[in-house]
Design a protein around this ligand. Structure first.
Ligand code: GLV
Ligand code: MN
Length: 217
């Protein structure tokens, strides 16, 4: 009985507070970020004074150019987040352009602060994400088809066509954050000790050294 009353009291205290699944709502029309102002530590960047805001603050051409895919993965994500486009500051959204060479892979990664959606603009992509129960949801998508990756889940895209491919992705955060599994695990600074990784992956240290060497650490 006492437990039930305590539970009810806890629910009464907690329920009135709304939970936010992404960035908080803005408190003004806009807050063009001043990225290099470190005088205050706030949730987002300080706002440029309205008198100094110009139309240019609300336009961004950073996603117009094809990214260079000449790297081990054969892909490049060009980001349109608050760091590249300060006009997005506090507005709770951002976009990427992801280019793929034939066979290119956007390796397994996750975004701790955002759900991602995307549309294939060019080519054919094998797109997938994994649930927290290790279930893979994946499909080959062609031009115009969309996908969604629930917040924080590990996902990837691979170009399975013969030509280049490209997708535009969108996020419900001005700075979704990206944890790229291969580089997080094998190229961190300082490195994760080998005995952690040999135990985690059940392989010899030489295998871990080989993978670390590929990522330059
Ligand atoms: C694709 O997964 C992206 O993060 O843009
Ligand atoms: Mn992603």
């Amino acid at each position: 009985m006492a437990i039930r009353v305590t539970f009810l009291l806890v629910m009464l205290v907690v329920l009135p507070f709304p939970s936010h699944s992404a960035d908080p709502d803005p408190l003004q029309d806009f807050c063009v970020g001043i990225l290099n102002d470190t005088s205050a530590s706030i949730n987002g960047f300080p706002c440029k004074p309205t008198s100094q805001v110009t139309s240019d603050d609300f336009f961004f051409d950073g996603l117009t150019k094809e990214g260079n895919t000449d790297n081990v993965f054969g892909f490049t994500a060009t980001v349109g987040n608050v760091l590249a486009f300060p006009g997005l500051n506090t507005l709770g959204l951002s976009m990427n352009r992801v280019d793929f060479a034939p066979g290119g892979l956007n390796p397994p990664h996750s975004h701790p602060r955002a759900t991602e959606t995307g549309v294939v603009i060019k080519g054919k992509l094998y797109v997938g994400f994994l649930t927290t129960n290790n279930v893979l949801h994946a499909k080959v998508l062609t031009v115009g088809e969309m996908f969604v990756v629930p917040r924080g889940l590990v996902h990837f895209q691979m170009n399975v066509g013969k030509e280049k491919a490209m997708t535009i992705t969108a996020f419900n955060s001005h700075l979704p954050g990206t944890v790229v599994l291969p580089t997080t695990l094998f190229a961190s600074m300082p490195p994760i000790p080998n005995n952690v990784l040999t135990k985690a992956f059940q392989v010899e240290a030489s295998v871990i050294d080989d993978i670390k060497a590929k990522f330059g650490s």
